[in-house]
Design a protein around this ligand. Structure first.
Ligand SMILES: [Zn+2]
Length: 510
């Protein structure tokens, strides 16, 4: 922690090592960044394929051809095997895996979660990771499973925090990733993030989510990410532990996660499962490969089904990696062109639980507002979720500050008519002079819209009318709007454009 002085005001800046991370482009809460590690710069967001040094389905040295910039391996597995341990101490972790690219090591927490016990001390495994020259090291945190009772989660958390403090002493030249735990207790997740920020890590790793993702509890996943993000400094590097399925990469990046690890590419392959950005397919159900990666262009599903199991697993693992990195490149392109909302809104349609979970962003509007760029080149409406983008509410707030000179003001839902303001779903009221500029002027919105889009527009309209109580408004709308126009204030007359001459007067004292 260091302190900046502005006059007599002191501002505490949490001690994140921002020197290691440079953000070069942003969209939604996501970003493209450069993470500096001892073995080179990694462009985020990216995936770290998991290398199991005992069984390499795809050798570490072949990983770069898929787009891999950084690997992750398990220091605990290496430490426990006398041969591997000796080798790693002698040649370093890079020598052991025979690669030059950065390597992150995990500490054995995963084994702790699966087997309930590990035969190692925190100090021992942290020192080992630093000694073998790991680029990013992790203390032996305790991953408390979802739905654990509060006291257990709190107790585990306090041990994790203690170990994080200890790890900082022994990290050497490595970057230190501080795990964030707390089970499904939101206040404990926040506390975990607060404590980790006090310790000061180079990265923050949100852990203990695998059981939630395996059971499609995406609402819990999203809530935990957003709550943690609301505590971490905006430029802190965030690793989402255990999220290796391309289906959720865009969503997680949009919520501000920078790093993923994938054991999924190998685990799914061994089980004859084929990853796509829209979900998982079983090989036995595939008649065609919906992909153009080198593997899918070379083999047919039939040919693969006839292969030996190990060979088939290796080939499926290759496809799984190609498709995962393809999705990462697609996400980075979307960040560059500020269309990440559009990409996420298409991906969440892969699973009803994703679709439902994404709607949680309505509750985190201030947080999204803090990150999401205010000017973009376009607004493509892809469904009702588009109404929840910060742009819509921002527009509604901006209109409240527009000064109106006239006493009698016309608002029309027909853009072909001359009016002072227009009514457009989901934005609400739009001054005539703002019809060409972002967001309204750069929006593509279908003719027929969901009721929700009208409801949100009318919310904006009501605030606008109420904030100008001294003006009188003539509101000319087509019949689609009528049923939404309830409880209008007294300063407005409504005329239905579909029933010309048949004035539908509301409220106004004439
Ligand atoms: Zn493929």
């Amino acid at each position: 922690m260091f302190i900046l002085a502005y006059g007599s005001i002191f501002i505490n800046i949490p001690s994140t090592s921002t020197m290691n991370f440079e953000i070069t482009a942003k969209d939604v809460m996501g970003r493209i960044g450069k993470l500096k590690t001892p073995h080179g710069i990694v462009e985020t967001p990216t995936i770290m394929p998991v290398i199991n040094p005992n069984i390499e389905l795809i050798p570490a040295g072949d990983m770069e051809k898929f787009g891999t910039q950084i690997l992750i391996t398990n220091a605990y597995v290496i430490y426990r095997n006398p041969n591997l341990r000796e080798n790693a101490l002698e040649k370093g972790i890079h020598g052991l895996l025979d690669v030059e690219i950065p390597i992150m090591t995990d500490s054995g927490s995963y084994q702790l979660m699966i087997y309930g016990d590990v035969e190692i001390e925190n100090e021992e495994i942290v020192k080992f990771q630093a000694e073998v020259g790991s680029d990013i090291i992790v203390p032996l945190d305790i991953p408390t499973p979802p739905d654990s009772d509060y006291d257990t989660a709190l107790k585990d958390l306090m041990i994790t925090v203690e170990r994080e403090r200890e790890a900082k002493k022994f990290k050497g030249n490595s970057l230190l990733a501080l795990p964030i735990q707390g089970s499904t207790h939101i206040d404990l997740r926040r506390k975990s993030a607060e404590e980790a920020v006090k310790v000061g890590g180079d990265l923050y790793a949100i852990g203990g989510l695998v059981p939630l993702m395996d059971t499609y509890r995406f609402q819990d996943v999203i809530k935990i990410i957003l709550e943690v993000k609301s505590i971490l400094p905006s430029n802190a590097v965030v690793h989402l532990f255990g999220a290796g399925h391309p289906m959720i990469f865009s969503l997680a990046v949009a919520l501000g996660c920078d790093l993923f690890d994938s054991a999924a590419y190998a685990l799914y392959a061994r089980d004859d499962r084929y990853l796509t950005p829209n979900g998982t397919k079983k090989l036995e159900e595939l008649h065609y490969f919906p992909c153009s990666c080198p593997v899918c262009m070379r083999y047919t599903p039939e040919e693969l089904k006839k292969m030996e199991k190990d060979e088939r697993a290796r080939i499926l693992a290759e496809h799984n990696l190609y498709v995962s990195f393809e999705e990462i490149r697609r996400i980075k392109q979307a960040i560059k062109e500020n269309t990440l909302f559009e990409l996420v809104e298409s991906r969440i349609r892969s699973h009803p639980n994703l679709l439902g979970a994404w709607r949680l962003i309505r509750d985190y509007r201030d947080l999204l507002d803090e990150y999401d760029p205010s000017i973009k080149s376009s607004f493509f409406y892809t469904g009702v979720e588009s109404c929840y983008r910060p742009t819509v509410k921002r527009h509604q707030e901006r209109v409240l500050n527009v000064e109106i000179e006239k006493d009698y003001v016309t608002i029309s839902s027909d853009e072909g008519e001359l009016a002072d303001f227009y009514l457009k779903a989901p934005f609400g009221v739009v001054p005539a002079e703002m019809m060409e500029s972002y967001p309204v002027g750069h929006s593509e919105i279908p003719e027929s819209l969901e009721e929700e889009a009208y409801r949100i527009a009318v919310e904006g309209l009501l605030k606008f009318l109420l904030s100008n109580p001294s003006k009188r408004f003539l509101l000319r709308v087509d019949s689609r709007w009528i049923e939404h126009l309830n409880n209008l204030p007294n300063n407005v007359v409504v005329e239905c454009l579909d029933r010309r001459g048949d004035l539908d007067l509301q409220g106004l004292d004439t």
